[in-house]
Design a protein around this ligand. Structure first.
Ligand code: C2E
Ligand code: MG
Ligand code: MG
Length: 644
């Protein structure tokens, strides 16, 4: 709407229709034709569009047909007067906003008040001045225009607010989604930090956390007892090495599930790493339940695990410790459970052991042993002793087995049975082993140079860590080159269990050793449960029958146990047999009758130091069952180790 010549803007988007986009539309309502004419002329002249109504009814009809921008309304009209018209207009939302200027000759204050009460926007007294009418009309139109602008601005503002609100809501939803995603990621990360990826069980960190809680509860209330069980699979390496790591992983998962199903709601099962699982039994007052659970868990291992097409049997050992208020930190409980586990394994595996403080003492002693071992390795505190090996058919000396001895700075001679396992666990055996190898080869070379050991073999024990050591072959090649020894004089002894646990890798190295002419012997044969098919693939020269089998040979009843079978098996495989632990002339005679090739044991001689071994060699001994000669040798020398 434009108010001509007066610079009044007209909102272009008026909600109510206008007769013209440019000219304001004014409706004049008056029953006096003269007024109508006068006003029409004057307003038309000013550029307004003018419509006329001679009565109230006509006015309402005109407004209903097309609402004007402004109404000039006479009050005094026959029929419906101006007030009533105004009332109708204001009652109708279509016309309520249209400004109404009353025209009247009623000039009383009350009339004017009534006019405004009816909703009139202005009041012009008759007879009117044209300029006043124009001026008041313009004012009202400016006002209307301004109101419309305000309305439009408001509408725009509201729309913007709505748009902004919608945008903010969207941004908020996005943020909410991001927060939720972040929370989920955080939950996953926390779960990962406290769980084992393979078995999905709690890991060491979470287990220690739970243990911490259990310990705190016990310290606050003595009736809140608990126990910790540490379970470790025996010979798990065999599974990994023979069936592969993925079957090993399957087995760990299956073990986790089986253990979980044997435990109660309150108990916590965790995988600490490798094949080690920990169990927290909460709310127990004494060891009975812990022992019961340990027995249940161990019996779970009596059933085979079915993994892909394999049926796998595996054993486990368990260490048990009962919670006590004087433990300061959860790690100490794990340490003691570990000590008990270690003991269970040492006692023969497949069983449980309960921690007692003496075991802790034992662990401390073991640590001391390890420290002393390291020191002695630097200080050359070891010696090699030589135990004779006899060719049973002739009774002549066939060679020696080199056995290491430790001259402990304060304890005197320490048995290999005590320190070799520690040296193996700590890896010190590699340095110790190569030293024994060098020492024994040097010794044989010296004897050969003295002309006393030309046809002797030197048997040397090789620990599994040495066998799998990358530079073993280099070391041996260098040794052979330095000593100029015939490799065939050298016989390396590897225990059956070491071979079993290291499968293919071990076989490959054995072949390399054999290709150099070095002889190989399976030590402690009969204790490692190797299968015949596996045995057949080993490139060895000798089976060394474990002394537990020789010991069980009962001469009187003629019961030889497994010894004849082992000797036959060796011969069928085209290799020789040697019996360990021959202590009696009867055993000697029986072994001779069974055509066992070699014998070793206290009957022929205990392990001897270098000087005594040289003397024995020089005496060119010959042993015969029941002959005084054999006895005299056992009497002359005694093994300091066997007295420990
Ligand atoms: P092994 O290789 O089976 O050695 C034979 C063990 O049986 C020796 O024990 C020997 O003293 C003992 N022995 C020999 N004859 C008899 C007998 O008639 N009766 C009885 N009861 N025992 C007899 P030792 O010297 O105490 O060695 C124990 C084990 O320590 C060895 O068993 C071997 O496995 C290991 N060992 C010893 N020296 C070394 C070494 O230099 N390197 C490695 N890796 N292991 C070694
Ligand atoms: Mg041996
Ligand atoms: Mg042996």
């Amino acid at each position: 709407m434009t108010v001509p010549n007066h610079n009044i803007d007209t909102p272009s988007d008026r909600s109510d229709a206008t007769p013209s986009e440019t000219q304001p539309d004014i409706l004049i309502v008056d029953d006096t034709p003269e007024n109508l004419r006068l006003l029409t002329r004057m307003l038309t002249k000013r550029g307004y569009k003018v419509r006329q109504a001679k009565s109230g009814i006509m006015a309402l009809q005109a407004v209903a047909a097309l609402p004007p921008d402004l109404i000039l309304l006479d009050i005094m009209m026959p029929g419906m007067d101006g007030y009533e018209v105004c009332q109708h207009l204001k009652a109708n939302p279509q016309s309520a906003e249209i400004p109404v200027i009353f025209l009247s000759s009623l000039n009383g204050v009350l009339d004017k008040v009534k006019a405004f009460q009816m909703g009139g926007a202005d009041y012009i007294s008759k007879p009117f001045q044209l300029e006043e009418v124009i001026s008041r009309v313009q004012n009202q139109l400016v006002l209307v225009s301004a109101q419309r602008q305000i309305r439009q601005l408001n509408a725009e503002l509201e729309a913007r607010v709505r748009r902004r609100t919608a945008q903010l809501e969207r941004a908020n939803q996005h943020l909410q989604r991001e927060i939720e995603e972040h929370q989920r990621t955080q939950e996953v990360l926390i779960h990962m930090a406290f769980h084992d990826a393979l078995t999905k069980l709690p890991n060491r960190a979470l287990f220690l956390e739970k243990l911490y809680g259990a310990l705190a509860r016990l310290q606050a209330d003595a009736s809140e007892g608990f126990a910790v069980l540490l379970l470790d699979c025996d010979r798990f390496k065999v599974v990994n090495n023979s069936l592969g790591y993925s079957v090993g992983d399957e087995l760990l998962k299956a073990i986790g599930q089986r253990l979980g199903s044997a435990l109660g709601e309150r108990d916590t099962l965790a995988r600490l790493g490798g094949d080690e699982f920990a169990i927290l039994l909460d709310g127990i007052g004494n060891l009975d339940r812990a022992v019961g659970v340990a027995e249940d868990l161990l019996s779970e291992f009596s059933k085979p695990f079915h993994l892909r097409q394999h049926e796998v049997y595996i054993n486990a050992s368990v260490g048990i410790v009962l919670g006590a208020a004087d433990y300061e930190q959860p790690e100490d409980l794990l340490r003691d459970a570990d000590t008990a586990l270690y003991r269970a394994k040492a006692l023969g595996k497949g069983q449980y052991h309960i921690f007692d403080p003496e075991l802790h003492q034992f662990a401390i002693q073991r640590l001391q042993l390890e420290t002393d071992l390291r020191r002695s390795l630097n200080d050359r505190g070891f010696m090699v002793y030589y135990q004779p090996i006899v060719a049973l058919s002739t009774g002549k000396l066939a060679g020696f087995e080199a056995l290491v001895r430790w001259q402990h700075p304060t304890r005197g001679l320490v048995s290999p049975a005590e320190f070799i396992p520690v040296a193996e666990e700590t890896g010190l055996i590699r340095a110790l082993g190569i030293w024994v190898l060098e020492e024994a080869c040097d010794r044989l070379r010296t004897w050969q140079q003295q002309g006393v050991g030309s046809d002797l073999t030197m048997s040397i024990n090789l620990a599994v860590q040495q066998l799998l050591q990358r530079n073993l072959l280099d070391q041996i090649d260098r040794l052979l080159a330095d000593t100029q020894l015939d490799p065939r004089c050298l016989k390396l002894e590897i225990t059956e269990s070491a071979l079993m646990e290291n499968g293919e890798a071990a076989i490959a190295i054995l072949h390399q050793l054999r290709s150099r002419g070095i002889q190989l012997s399976i030590d402690d044969f009969g204790t490692g449960y190797s299968s015949l098919s596996y045995l057949h693939r080993l490139p060895v020269n000798t089976l060394k029958i474990d002394r537990s089998f020789v010991k069980r040979m009962d001469g009187k009843s003629g019961n030889m146990g497994l010894v004849p079978a082992i000797i036959n098996m060796a011969h069928t495989m085209g290799i020789s047999a040697i019996a360990e632990g021959v202590e009696t002339p009867q055993q000697f005679a029986q072994l001779q009758n069974l055509h066992c090739d070699f014998g070793q044991g206290y009957l022929f001689g205990v392990p001897l130091n270098c000087q005594l071994a040289t003397e024995l060699l020089q005496s060119q001994p010959r042993w015969r069952p029941q002959s005084p000669a054999s006895r005299s040798h056992t009497k002359i020398y005694s093994d300091p180790i066997s007295a420990i």
